[in-house]
Design a protein around this ligand. Structure first.
Ligand code: NAP
Ligand code: ZN
Ligand code: ZN
Length: 348
């Protein structure tokens, strides 16, 4: 018998979020049932709740930065125990046998990974609902171990903002001596600063906000550049890697110009509209423009273990679920320091 669960979500792109009731399946043999303690608020929640990328499914319960405790286990689950602190990120299923799945890139599954919300299970019929709810049931392969040493609320954003910035830093070999530029100091950007620093890089924050310099330096940045200031932009030249986390459509050329020859700019920010790009922005300096989408399960666990070893969590502002609509507006004004996290006990 599926369980009726209370949640918050929306029924249309132009409606505010409010209370909803959803169904969760009983745990199958390989499932883990989780009581959700905290859920981070990602800018992707806003893009999707408002159908800014197109194709949104309603009713929608957003939330893919989930941390909670295990409450029940399927008969075949061996990797988890009752009461253990765990996390769930952006995907909850994939085919498990295609090329990308075999390579640990479940997020790029040939069959299409099941998104944690605004998607369907692999049967392509059953809708998925996210973490703005009290409970979730997930196949153990898509459940992560979260160290007890980390504050659980501040660890929640690691499940999306953390892995989305960790993966490109690791995949592009960022290490000691590299200079990394992080564009946009929001939820993803502030994790990018902490993680690049923890890998030994020299970090430059490139921001439209004049008010974030002290925060950037406190988070670990060596330099802070207001992107409207041409002299400061000149100072940032010679970067090995640029990590672009900006949520709004913008020109990539000024950031490509900061790369050293053969340097790479990685897009993780996912604006709604395309941006034109002149070939010469890449030709001069043999530069590379790349993208990156969250991370596979093994790399996500590696990131969580790295964060536990280095004591890295997100800088958060805790909210109750009934503050979520206001929180969305503040994210849109770049007025978040640096991730909202919902205390899901407020839904009880
Ligand atoms: P966020 O907290 O809102 O941060 C975005 C930052 O971008 C802002 O803090 C701001 O930083 C900067 N910004 C905003 N509007 C701008 C504009 N018009 N021009 C220049 N800079 C601007 O959002 P987030 O949660 O970090 O997410 C960022 C983006 O990544 C979103 O598009 C989200 O959907 C996407 N995302 C992608 C993945 C992936 O797998 N690739 C995963 C998660 C999220 P400053 O004030 O410093 O300028
Ligand atoms: Zn996200
Ligand atoms: Zn697959």
């Amino acid at each position: 018998m599926p369980q009726e669960i209370r949640a918050w979500g929306t029924t249309a792109k132009d409606r505010p979020l409010g209370p909803l009731t959803i169904a969760r399946r009983d745990p199958g043999p390989r499932d883990v049932a989780i009581e959700i303690e905290h859920c981070g608020v990602c800018h992707s929640d806003i893009h999707q709740a408002r159908d800014e990328w197109g194709g949104s499914l309603y009713p929608m319960v957003p939330g893919h930065e989930i941390v909670g405790r295990v409450t029940a286990l399927g008969s075949e689950v061996r990797r988890f125990s009752i009461g253990q602190r765990v996390g769930v990120g952006c995907i909850v299923a994939s085919c498990r046998h295609c090329g990308p799945c075999d390579m640990g890139l479940e997020q790029h599954c040939d069959a299409g990974a099941a998104l944690t919300y605004n998607g369907t299970e692999m049967d392509r019929k059953t809708p998925t609902f996210g973490g703005y709810s009290r409970h979730v049931v997930v196949d153990e392969h898509f459940v992560l171990r979260v160290a007890e040493s980390l504050d659980p609320a501040a660890a929640a954003p690691l499940l999306c903002a953390g892995i989305t910035t960790y993966a490109p830093l690791r995949d592009h070999g960022v290490t000691k001596g590299h200079r990394v530029g992080v564009v946009g100091l929001g939820g993803l950007g502030h994790m990018g600063v902490k993680l690049a620093r923890s890998l030994g890089a020299e970090v430059v924050v490139l921001s439209t906000s004049t008010t974030k310099e002290a925060d950037a330096r406190r988070l670990g940045a060596h330099d802070f550049v207001v992107t409207k200031d041409p002299a400061a932009m000149k100072r940032a030249r010679g970067l090995d890697l640029v990590l672009d986390t900006v949520s709004a459509t913008h020109d990539y050329a000024p950031y490509l110009a900061l790369l050293r020859p053969r340097g790479t700019m990685v897009l993780v920010g996912a604006p709604t509209a395309p941006a034109p790009l002149h070939a010469f922005s890449l030709i001069g300096g043999n530069k590379r423009l790349a993208g990156s989408m969250i991370g596979g399960m093994a790399q996500t666990q590696e990131m969580l273990d790295h964060c536990a070893a280095h004591g890295i969590v997100s800088d958060i502002e805790r909210i109750a679920i009934d503050q979520i609509n206001d929180a969305y507006e503040r994210v849109l004004r770049s007025d978040v320091r640096y991730r909202f996290v919902i205390d899901m006990a407020s839904l009880a």
